[in-house]
Write a protein that binds this ligand. Structure first.
Ligand code: GUN
Ligand code: ZN
Length: 440
């Protein structure tokens, strides 16, 4: 099998920095190496040791760039790539004004393929190696996304968005077609290559109770697939949910009563949770996904990262493109820091990077497979230039520790900081400004 060694600084987590003192949660090699054999990482350690043990391996030297696990985006909407950064609206108006007209175009397989490929290329250029995406109501949009990911051997999670009310005619399915199409698509894609299917009711305002019920039934038939939706993102949305489901105990109950609360469930946003919702999500060990640039851009609120990290929930991190205002998980980490600051809490850079890799992988139930720079994991890898702009470099030059050197890139970095991205052992993106040394 082909052996490939990447050299640079290597950074890997050995524990969860939310649970362990962050000082003891990582391993850093200043002159490190990652050995890749085929699609997987087979060793990480000191460069001289790994190079001596593998004299036959090809070597790519990234100098003093930082080699980490690839970023894992745990919630986004690929069909919204074309309308990212649209001005002036909060959630419901933003959906009606920008999102729904754009999503109506995805009946067209060529358009869907164009945007799916564009989105994945943008993500990879930003160092993201796994996307978790909503598609549209159109099965064509699901095929387009999984096909584009399969062509790159990229691990993705996605599903057909189901909506049978409170959406334009062009974007409504029915109770029966939501069940039938979701079932056919999950039969087709789930477990094919690196694809994971997620049953995807958009959120309870756009599904009738009957549709939520059949999707809950489908999940009960296929508990091996994931389920993704939105939960308690914005206060007017929560009021709307109350009026649509007057008997529900709370927003979460609109999922729970239809069999849509489970350990394999991904609940996007989860900002304005009640005590009961927190207790239930924690008891189940469900995943909530923090979407910080979206929460500030659409004006949704301040996610309680430090509070929820003390519960048994899994917490993933996500761009929420195109409610989120950026494709970059670096910017997403920076926004996570800023939102916590507004709550009076400081999130350590190790915790930010952990969320974007190990945390999101855990939220997707893919711990050890992705989001980890260690032997046995898939070789999904991001190489970060810690001095990608003059502004960042002049600050990083003063850094005395690894985290001090990384934090300016977390706060100010973008795709220019991504030296290279590797997916399943293949170099799928390289910054045009970097020349690497290849041998033998
Ligand atoms: N809630 C329901 N649909 C959406 C969406 O597309 N984006 C965001 N941010 N929230 C939603
Ligand atoms: Zn979303």
């Amino acid at each position: 099998m082909n052996k490939h060694i990447l050299t640079g600084q290597t950074l890997a987590f050995t524990a969860n920095p939310f649970e362990t003192d962050w000082n003891n949660a990582f391993e850093h090699h200043t002159h490190g190496a990652v050995l890749i054999e085929g699609e997987r990482i087979t060793d990480v350690g000191a460069a001289d040791v790994i190079r001596t043990a593998n004299p036959d391996a090809k070597v790519t030297d990234y100098g003093d760039a930082l080699i980490t696990a690839g970023f894992v985006d745990a919630h986004m909407h690929y069909p919204q790539t074309g309308i990212i950064a649209s001005w002036g609206k909060q959630l419901i108006d933003w959906l009606n004004t920008y999102t729904f007209p754009e999503e109506s175009r995805f009946y067209d397989p060529d358009y869907a393929a164009d945007i799916a490929n564009r989105t994945i290329d943008l993500a990879v250029a930003h160092g993201t190696t796994t996307l978790t995406s909503f598609c549209t109501i159109h099965p064509e949009s699901v095929d387009a996304f999984f096909t584009a990911a399969e062509a790159r051997n990229m691990a993705v999670v996605a599903g057909k968005t189901c909506m049978d009310r409170n959406a334009p005619d062009t974007l409504r399915d029915t109770v029966q077609s939501a069940y039938d199409d979701s079932k056919a698509l999950l039969d087709k894609w789930h477990g094919r290559g690196r694809a994971t299917y997620a049953i995807t009711p958009r959120f309870s305002p756009t599904s009738t109770p009957e549709q939520l019920k059949v999707l809950g039934d489908l999940w009960a038939e296929r508990p091996d697939v994931m389920m993704q939706t939105h939960l308690s993102e914005q206060l007017p949305e929560i009021e709307w949910v109350k009026s649509l489901f007057p008997k529900a105990r709370d927003y979460l109950d609109t999922y729970e009563q239809f069999g849509l609360l489970g350990e394999m469930g991904l609940y996007g946003h989860a900002i304005h949770l009640t005590e009961r919702e927190i207790a239930r999500l924690s008891e189940i060990g469900a995943s909530v996904v923090h979407c910080p640039t979206s929460n500030t851009f659409i004006g949704s609120g301040l996610f309680d990262l430090m509070g929820l990290s003390k519960t048994q929930m899994r917490i993933g991190l996500a761009t929420d493109t195109g409610g989120g205002s950026n494709f970059s998980m670096l910017r997403t980490m920076g926004a996570t820091y800023e939102i916590a600051q507004l709550r009076g809490e400081a999130v350590h850079p190790s915790q930010l990077l952990w969320l974007a890799t190990e945390g999101s992988a855990a939220a997707l139930h893919k711990t050890g497979e992705i989001g980890r720079l260690a032997a046995g994991s898939m070789a999904d890898i991001t190489v970060i230039n810690l001095k990608s702009t003059k502004a960042i470099a002049q600050r990083a030059d003063r850094a005395e520790t690894l985290w001090d050197a990384l934090f300016p890139t977390i706060m100010m970095g973008d795709d220019r900081a991504i030296t290279a991205t590797w997916i399943a052992g293949q170099n799928v993106h390289a910054s045009p400004s970097i020349s690497t040394h290849l041998s033998p």
